[in-house]
Each structure stands twice: as structure tokens, then as C-alpha cells.
Design a protein around this ligand. Structure first.
Ligand SMILES: Nc1ncnc2c1ncn2[C@@H]1O[C@H](COP(=O)(O)OP(=O)(O)O)[C@@H](O)[C@H]1O
Ligand SMILES: [Mg+2]
Length: 251
């Protein structure tokens, strides 16, 4: 059960019942060493996109990642979450070095541990908000029991998404991102990863999304890693990494 206390916007308090307080995934401390990622250029040669000596993020931390366009922010978020495979180095989340896992192993690890919020939402138009929140489970072939369905409905209520619409295509962009957040939270991830989650939203919708990400990470104890250029969002993050040309400027 999820209880919502207070109104929307600044100062609202969102509390979870005891069973929901801890993330199911205890993802542990992130320790990155000697990381490199390369991509293939049109010439066939490979060019270095990420070159990172060290990076450490403790569980429950709220961390921003910023830098100019093309500096490697999305590549880093994808590599830390196992969507991209590093060419070199280690990426340990607690006891698991995801660079040592097979692609299937990384996929399974990611499903259990990561909730991903995309800049452009990645929702399926024509499906209801509820179906979109449940979709990752559907792809995984998991049986969707009544408890999962109820949690998805509770999350849609929590994020104040209009759950009754026949299609997410009818929702405003801000409402679509709230559905994206509900979907990311479904598995109670140890890491909430968000790639420019407010970039395509107006200021009001962006503020609601920031409030939700921060309050939900705090309520569940999840680590929150946000890629952003948004000054309003950066101003609310205590710790921010800066990327330039695939290297970290500050750690
Ligand atoms: N799949 C890919 N193949 C080849 N090059 C890519 C690929 N994805 C991104 N790049 C290049 O890698 C660099 C970093 O991209 P990206 O991580 O998307 O940067 P950011 O998110 O900071 O804008 C850019 O030069 C981009 O063109
Ligand atoms: Mg990007």
C-alpha cells in the first residue's frame, strides 16, 4: 500500500507503508575503475567515448551527471546500467561486477536492480497508462499477479497520472513522464536512472517530475542518478559530476 500525504508540488510528503520503504534490490555501492567505452566510427576504426579512472557512489546517494552535448552522458548512464558493454575496466555494484556478466546476465541484473526514466518517455502509444507501467514485466514473460497490478495502479495514483485514459498518447508530456516514472518504480529498483527527464517538459511539469524522482528515491532508499542540463534540476542536487569529452572533471 502506498500512502500519499499532502498536496502536489513543493513541500508535499510522500510516504510509503513499511513494506514499500526498502527497495527490493539492495544495489550496494557503485565502484568504477579504469572504465573505457569505444564506438565504431564510419571508417571502421573505434573511437573512445568514455575514459574514466574512478567513480564511487554510495547506496541512497542523489547524484547528477552533466556536461555538453556529445560529452558521453547517455553513454555513461547506459554503461553503468549494463545497457552498453564497457570495453575495459570494472563496474561493481555491491558485489556484482557487471562487466563480468554475459549479455543475458546483465539484462537479468538490470531488470532486478534498475528503474530507467527516458527523456522521451519510451511509452507505447495506444496502450493505457497501466499497460505501459506493466509492460516491462510483460516482456519478461513474468506472470502479472493481482499484487503487481495493484502496485502499478497505486504508483499511477501516487504520481498523479490520469490512469483512466485509453491511450498514453492522450496525455500531456508531463503526464507521460509521470507514467514513465511509475514504470521505473514498479520493481522497487535499487537504482533509479534518469536521462534528461525534464528536458522535453515545461517548467511546471519539470518541477513535478523532479519532486517525484527526489521524493521516491528518498522514500525507498534507492540511489538516484540523473543526467541533466536543466539548471532547475541541477540546483536541487548536492553532488554533480561533470563530463567533458568522456572524462570526469570532478569526482
Ligand atoms: N551507438 C553509437 N555509435 C557511435 N557513436 C555513438 C553512438 N552513441 C553515441 N555516439 C557518439 O558518442 C558520443 C557521446 O554520445 P552521448 O553519450 O549520446 O552524449 P551526450 O548524452 O552527452 O549528448 C557522441 O560523439 C556521439 O555521437
Ligand atoms: Mg544524451
Amino acid at each position: 500500500m502506498i500512502t500519499v500525504v499532502g498536496g502536489s508540488g513543493e513541500g508535499s510528503t510522500i510516504m510509503h507503508a513499511a513494506a514499500d520503504r526498502a527497495p527490493v534490490s539492495r544495489i550496494g555501492t557503485l565502484r568504477v575503475e579504469n572504465l573505457a567505452l569505444t564506438y565504431a566510427a564510419s571508417s571502421g576504426d573505434r573511437f573512445t567515448v568514455l575514459d574514466i579512472d574512478r567513480m564511487e557512489i554510495e547506496p541512497g546517494a542523489v547524484v547528477g551527471l552533466t556536461g555538453p552535448s556529445g560529452s558521453g552522458k547517455t553513454s555513461l548512464l547506459y554503461t553503468l546500467t549494463g545497457i552498453e558493454k564497457a570495453d575495459r575496466g570494472s563496474i561493481r555494484w555491491g558485489d556484482t561486477d557487471i562487466t563480468q556478466l554475459s549479455e543475458r546476465g546483465r539484462d537479468r541484473w538490470r531488470r532486478h536492480n534498475i528503474g530507467f526514466v527516458f527523456q522521451d518517455f519510451h511509452l507505447i502509444p495506444g496502450m493505457t497508462p497501466l499497460m505501459n507501467v506493466l509492460l516491462p514485466r510483460t516482456f519478461e514473460g513474468f506472470f502479472i499477479g493481482s499484487a503487481t497490478r495493484r502496485r502499478a495502479q497505486d504508483l499511477l495514483e501516487l504520481v498523479k497520472a490520469p490512469a483512466a485514459r485509453a491511450s498514453v498518447a492522450m496525455l500531456s508530456r508531463g503526464e507521460q513522464q509521470r507514467v514513465g516514472i511509475a514504470r521505473a518504480l514498479l520493481n522497487r529498483p535499487g537504482l533509479i536512472a534518469a536521462d534528461e527527464p525534464t528536458a522535453s517538459l515545461d517548467a511546471d511539469a519539470g518541477r513535478i517530475v523532479i519532486d517525484l524522482l527526489l521524493s521516491q528515491a528518498a522514500a525507498t532508499g534507492a540511489t538516484l542518478l540523473i543526467v541533466t542540463h536543466d539548471p532547475a534540476l541541477l540546483a536541487r542536487l548536492k553532488r554533480v559530476y561533470h563530463l567533458r569529452g568522456g572524462k570526469l572533471l570532478t569526482t
